[in-house]
Design a protein around this ligand. Structure first.
Ligand code: GLY
Length: 342
């Protein structure tokens, strides 16, 4: 089944999920001033990507910049306490600390990230300021927190009562076993998330000026060792953008993505002529090939978009979905193809 036939209607947004244009049409070069309808303009991981895309679209539709769009999109799940894998309300590490990882990148290889950031809700916005206001790419831990405070971010406790309760439940066994997502959740329709999934919002956008950007933000693996950093803040692992080629992001078990410089690999495969879906599939197969016994038991998914506005994803396990929004604000949630179907 091809991507087009997989489109689901996005009831929560009330937008028609009429299929976006076929890939052949989308492959036309992006117009200098306005991308044609049918070209994907913003794409993001998981069902919570639908709401993120809408925040991004609000900027893109006003001829705004893709960098502003991806930041605005990523901030939506960061602020949503129902989402236990991103930002406020994220599940803590084994010691009860909610620590955030995030990155952001534009078409011209400008990038910034924060890792193991505590007490600051919008890690993606701190990552952007690392990019814009410092000579560095990545700030970690208390240094990242101090930097955020110096930039006017407010300190707050990110451990919500629900996440605290879940942590205390986990403490009863203290058994660490990252869960593979097992279902597509109806997040867009407002159903609370209560599963311990290991999800990340990765969001990629193409603006009317033909510029790509990407962002990625997560609270990482629930119950992880204190200090653990995943793929999301690592440029080339959780996120990569090359304005001449395309952009890619990842979700799932960050360790497996880091080992393979996953998002960089996806962009390089697109450079060699692969479509976004083909590039994501090949990167997923690389992850499996390197560590078959570990990788086949976990989830890793890649999501990519090229400069022509084609998008695609691929996952190890069934259950990964991604949200797309085109230049007519047609929105769809697409179940990704995967290596293992069940
Ligand atoms: N992909 C997110 C993480 O592993 O932390």
């Amino acid at each position: 089944m091809n991507d087009r036939r997989r489109f689901l209607k996005s009831a929560a947004l009330g937008t028609a999920a009429a299929a976006l244009s076929p890939l052949a049409e989308a492959a036309r070069p992006v117009a200098k001033t306005r991308a044609p309808a049918g070209v994907v303009r913003v794409v993001s991981t998981w069902d919570f990507g639908i709401a993120a895309n809408q925040a991004a679209w609000a900027i893109l539709s006003q001829d705004g910049h893709s960098l502003d769009a991806v930041e605005a999109g990523a901030r939506v799940p960061e602020a949503d306490i129902r989402n236990h894998s991103v930002g406020l309300g994220g599940y803590p590490d084994r010691d009860g600390h909610v620590t955030l990882d995030a990155s952001i990148m534009d078409s011209d290889a400008n990038c910034g990230g924060v890792a193991c950031l505590e007490d600051i809700e919008h890690a993606v916005s701190v990552a952007r300021l690392v990019m814009e206001k410092t000579p560095h790419v990545l700030l970690v831990g208390d240094g990242a927190r101090q930097f955020a405070l110096s930039q006017g971010f407010k300190q707050r406790n990110l451990l919500t009562p629900a996440a605290d309760k879940a942590w205390h439940e986990w403490l009863k066994t203290s058994h660490y076993q990252p869960e593979i997502n097992s279902e597509v959740r109806d997040y867009g329709a407002g159903v609370p998330i209560d599963k311990d999934n290991h999800d990340t919002i990765g969001i990629l956008a193409l603006d009317a000026h033909g510029k790509l950007a990407g962002a990625c933000t997560t609270s990482g693996a629930a119950w992880k060792l204190h200090g653990r950093v995943g793929d999301s803040p690592i440029i080339g692992a959780g996120l990569y953008v090359d304005g001449e080629i395309g952009a890619a992001t990842s979700t799932g078990m960050g360790e497996e993505v880091i080992r393979n410089a996953g998002s960089f690999l996806v962009v390089e495969l697109m450079r060699q002529g692969r479509s976004p879906t083909e590039a994501c599939k090949e990167a997923v197969l690389r992850v499996l090939h390197k560590h078959p016994s570990t990788a086949c038991k976990t989830q890793v998914a890649f999501l990519a978009m090229n400069k022509a506005g084609e998008a695609g994803g691929y996952a190890i396990q069934r259950g990964f979905s991604y949200a797309v929004c085109d230049a007519k604000n047609q929105s769809a949630l697409i179940p990704s193809a995967s290596v293992f179907p069940a």
